[in-house]
Ligand binder design. Structure first.
Ligand code: HEC
Length: 193
């Protein structure tokens, strides 16, 4: 009986693969499947500008950073208009948590901040652009994000007030806690990249 089930199972499987050959296509061909609007009889090919809107990741090497530049003095104005309500004056704490490391002796338990915790300066750009302001993510222009990044780095004592940051200089900024992060270079198991 078991053998019979197995036989029918295999038969059904073979029929599916035969009649729906696209299910068997490797991932490398997925682009063509998406572009083929006749396949399911609806939808259309995605445009490059639609892809660009969501393809916003920035890596620690700086890959993905857009054109533009930022200065702390400009970022301060934007921060006061769009961020201060949740992160407090100077970013030292509020509903949304502290972004700036404070030396205030009254604060016993120090929160993890950009200054005392984050390993890469580029993550400030990436995170703010994709997630902030909390109530309106995606609303900031690249220019505003550059200014805000410069402001937050300066407020944490990492860069000078007059320093301009851009796609070349931002990845080169060394974060205070960078060395505490150890790359996982163990070998022996399945390599996933
Ligand atoms: C409506 C409230 C609100 C506003 C306005 C807001 N934030 Fe936030 N922010 C949050 C909350 C809540 C979190 C924590 C989110 C989480 O952990 O998922 C956060 C997290 C962050 C973090 C990460 C902190 C960390 O160390 O994990 C950064 C950086 C940040 N906000 C920057 C900004 C900037 C810059 C602005 C202004 C453009 C802004 N936020 C405006 C509420 C807000």
């Amino acid at each position: 009986m078991k053998a019979l089930y197995l036989y029918f199972g295999l038969l059904i499987n073979t029929c599916f693969i035969y009649f729906f050959p696209t299910w068997e296509k490797p991932i490398s061909q997925a682009k063509e499947i998406h572009a083929d609007t006749t396949l399911y009889g609806f939808g259309r090919a995605v445009t490059q500008s639609e892809i660009d809107k969501i393809d916003i990741d920035v890596s620690p090497s700086g890959r993905g950073l857009p054109q533009g530049k930022g200065m702390a003095i400009e970022g301060k104005k934007i921060f006061e208009a769009k961020c201060v309500a949740c992160h407090g004056i100077g970013g030292t704490g509020g509903l949304g948590g502290a972004l700036v490391t404070t030396n205030d002796p009254k604060i016993k338990k120090k929160e993890k901040t950009i200054g005392n915790y984050w390993p890469h300066a580029t993550t400030v750009f990436d995170y703010v652009r994709r997630a902030m302001p909390f109530n309106q993510p995606g609303s900031l222009s690249n220019q505003e994000v550059y200014h805000l990044t410069a402001y937050l780095l300066h407020a944490n004592g990492i860069i000078d007030e007059k320093k301009t940051i851009d796609a070349q200089t931002l990845p080169k900024i060394e974060m205070p806690n960078h060395k505490a992060f150890v790359p996982d270079d163990r070998t022996g198991g399945p390599i996933i990249r």
